[in-house]
Design a protein around this ligand. Structure first.
Ligand code: BES
Ligand code: MN
Ligand code: MN
Length: 436
């Protein structure tokens, strides 16, 4: 709860000092836990936190990754209790970062603390790497990992930063989508204009923006970028039937979580496929013109949209950016200056399931929850997971304990305390299983 009071919002420069405070806080916690080797690693962006406890050269080494930064809290008015004043209500702890990802980092540390309390040390060699800009694209860690492979050498990576379908149904992540985050800037006249004197002849960048966006993704959810459509991966037969049958009734759960009666988008595809493997094109925000109270008759000179694409793991984000840019240029109406910026990008991942570390994770979940886990492709992105896979060439195990209604990135983010304890037990058991 103390850690959750620190507003480590990585994307907002006014919180830079808070992000650092959150890094130092967790470094101190790791030292207090018994890690003799801990450090704050400076980067071009927010710092990394590193800790290491090598217990025995004959034992395997597990690299644990998490992120201590959080998403912005707006709209603030919708929070029942302030986002950085954590509060426990009905078995949940409410705060920004409670689930994504401070709470999940803490359950891993609690599992380590349990081992240390009983046996004096962790059961296997542990390396911990925590980043402070995952929610903002994570440039720094990408750079660090590619240049410090020898420091991070490990037999497997464990990431607790995903969710499971329900409190009674554990899961392991089979894949993550990649992401490409862009900004579309459109300029018309050299200044804002009176909409009476110029309306009918002036360019309106907000309208141009809407035209472009609405032609790239049409009402049926189709994304009209030919190269993107041409490279779509074919799903495995096993996942196709799982998605179609939807035995966990996830389509219904999704409607309930969102508070809607119908799903929107590519309705010819099952929801799980649309979340796990299909690409997306989503507008996150549009700025421009007059949005204050009252009425102002103005034709804006500029408009901007923040747009991201989620991508199946086989796509190269730079290539996708060039396809999108080409499409935007084709669709740009006459008389406007249109510019597309690549803000950040991260690759997706297909998880290797055919290894000891993945299988033991499945056993640990089955033991704790008394039910075998399902293997699900996740819609969210954890850019560094793909880089661990690429640079360290070790199995990456994504075993998360968040619940679908945790409101991550939204108002009233929470983490369920029962899930915290179950996660702690599962990870403690998992660590024991890895010991030779
Ligand atoms: N923990 C999430 C990723 C996630 C969300 C995995 C839901 C599984 C289910 C992570 O913190 C996150 O939000 N990632 C960003 C990455 C982006 C900013 C590069 C995301 O997916 O938007
Ligand atoms: Mn996260
Ligand atoms: Mn997140």
């Amino acid at each position: 709860m103390e850690w959750l009071t620190i507003p480590s919002v990585s994307t907002l420069p006014e919180h830079n000092d808070d992000v650092r405070r959150a890094a130092v806080w967790i470094q101190n916690k790791l030292t207090a836990t018994g890690f003799h080797q801990t450090s704050i690693i400076e980067t071009a962006g927010h710092p990394l936190v590193y800790a290491e406890w090598m217990v025995d050269a004959t034992q395997p080494t597990l690299l644990i990754y998490g992120h201590y930064d959080v998403q912005p809290t707006d709209p603030l008015g919708l929070w029942q209790s302030p986002p950085f004043e954590p509060e426990i209500r009905e078995g949940n702890i409410y705060a920004r970062g409670a689930s994504d990802d401070k709470g999940q980092i803490m359950l891993v540390i609690a599992a380590l603390q349990a081992w240390i309390a009983v046996t004096g040390k962790p059961p296997v060699n542990i390396k911990i790497l925590l980043e402070g800009e995952e929610e903002a694209g994570g440039e720094a860690i990408a750079d660090y990992v590619s240049h410090n492979k020898e420091v991070l050498v490990a037999d497997a990576v464990l990431i607790c930063d995903t969710h499971m379908p329900s409190a009674s149904q554990p899961s392991l992540i089979a894949g993550l989508r990649g992401i490409l985050y862009t900004e579309l800037h459109i300029t018309g006249a050299k200044t804002d204009l009176h909409s009476g004197s110029y309306g009918g002849v002036a360019p309106n960048p907000i309208h141009a923006l809407c035209l472009i966006i609405s032609q790239i993704k049409t009402e049926d959810g189709t994304i009209h970028i030919p190269e993107l459509q041409a490279a779509l991966p074919t799903p495995l037969e096993t996942e196709k039937s799982f998605w179609k049958e939807d035995p966990l009734n996830i389509e219904k759960a999704l409607c309930e979580e969102m508070g809607v009666t119908d799903l929107v988008g590519e309705n010819d595809y099952p929801a799980l496929e649309r979340i796990g493997l299909r690409p997306t094109f989503e507008v996150h925000g549009i700025a421009g013109g007059f949005t204050g109270e009252g009425a102002k008759t103005v034709i804006p000179a500029k408009a901007t949209a923040k747009i991201s694409l989620r991508l199946p793991p086989n796509y190269n984000t730079n290539e996708v950016f060039s396809w999108l840019k080409k499409r935007v240029e084709q669709l740009s109406p006459q008389g406007y200056k249109v510019e597309l910026k690549n803000i950040h990008a991260g690759d997706g991942l297909i998880v290797d399931q055919d290894n000891h570390f993945f299988r033991e994770a499945a056993c640990a979940l089955e033991t704790a929850y008394n039910k075998p886990p399902v293997f699900l492709k996740e819609g969210g992105s954890i850019p560094i997971a793909a880089l661990f896979d690429k640079h360290l060439r070790t199995p990456v195990v994504l075993m998360g304990f968040a619940l679908p209604d945790d409101n991550i990135h939204a108002p009233n983010e929470k983490f369920n305390l029962q899930q915290f304890f179950m996660g702690m037990k599962t990870v403690a058991d998992y660590l024991g299983r890895l010991r030779k």
